[in-house]
Design a protein around this ligand. Structure first.
Ligand code: ATP
Ligand code: MG
Length: 205
């Protein structure tokens, strides 16, 4: 049975934090592959409309594909971008389960999402469809997190694993701000992604 990590995100743009988290999870959980799933229109972030110099969902998909193309264990899938409209994680996970009944899915998230996931659409169906893997900062006080996990287990029967992860302070927000201010984003994201951003003129004022 294949063990597949699902790395969901807006990926606006994808960066080394996403890639290193995926790699750490692949190694720690002996995953066969990690699939990156860029969101379509994101109801939480309002991304998807073609606002000025912002990539379209198709372009975020292409950027993410460029970032993972040199890793045979990583794939970028268009399941949410193709669906169009608002994208909900539970729909994606249920669709994957239906299409690949022989695979076991692990949904990878940063610690921040552990605290918000309850407020996502149909959290019970998210927990039914996958095992959750939450990346925690190494050495961080795990108490609050364990309490949250216990709560989610009691309420939803959630299966949640903590993944010790480095503290890598990098975000898409920071990358967009750097581009806007004309500062370097070298080494924050793969070279192929930087070239694509430059070529398309994303995030500039
Ligand atoms: P933004 O700044 O626009 O919010 P982001 O960098 O947080 O973007 P997202 O696409 O929102 O990226 O995140 C997708 C997933 O990656 C989430 O589960 C998030 O917790 C995780 N993630 C993002 N940045 C990091 C990081 N530096 N280290 C570990 N996990 C991360
Ligand atoms: Mg974020």
């Amino acid at each position: 049975m294949d063990r597949i990590g699902i790395m969901g995100g807006t990926f606006n743009p994808v960066h080394m934090g996403h890639l290193m988290l995926a790699e750490a999870a692949r190694e720690a959980l002996s995953l066969d592959e990690v699939w990156f799933v860029p969101t379509g229109y994101s109801y939480m972030k309002g991304v998807g409309k073609s606002s000025e110099n912002m990539p379209l969902p198709e372009e975020r998909l292409e950027m993410t594909g460029l970032a993972v193309q040199d890793n045979t264990c990583f794939r970028c899938v268009d399941i949410e971008v193709r669906r169009g409209g608002a994208t909900y994680t539970y729909e994606t996970l249920e669709e994957l389960r239906e299409n690949y009944p022989e695979k076991k899915f692990f949904f990878l998230i940063g610690a921040d999402c552990l605290y918000t996931i309850e407020n996502w659409r149909e959290p019970g169906r998210i927990f039914d469809a996958c095992e959750l893997v939450a990346a925690v900062r190494q050495g961080a006080s795990a108490d609050a997190m364990q309490e949250k996990i216990a709560q989610l287990k009691a309420r939803f029967g959630a299966r949640i694993t903590l993944l010790p992860f480095r503290n890598l302070e990098i975000s898409s927000t920071e990358i967009r701000a750097c581009v806007r201010e004309g500062r370097s984003i070298r080494y924050m994201t793969p070279r192929s992604v930087i070239s694509y951003i430059e070529e398309k003129g994303f995030y500039r004022e």
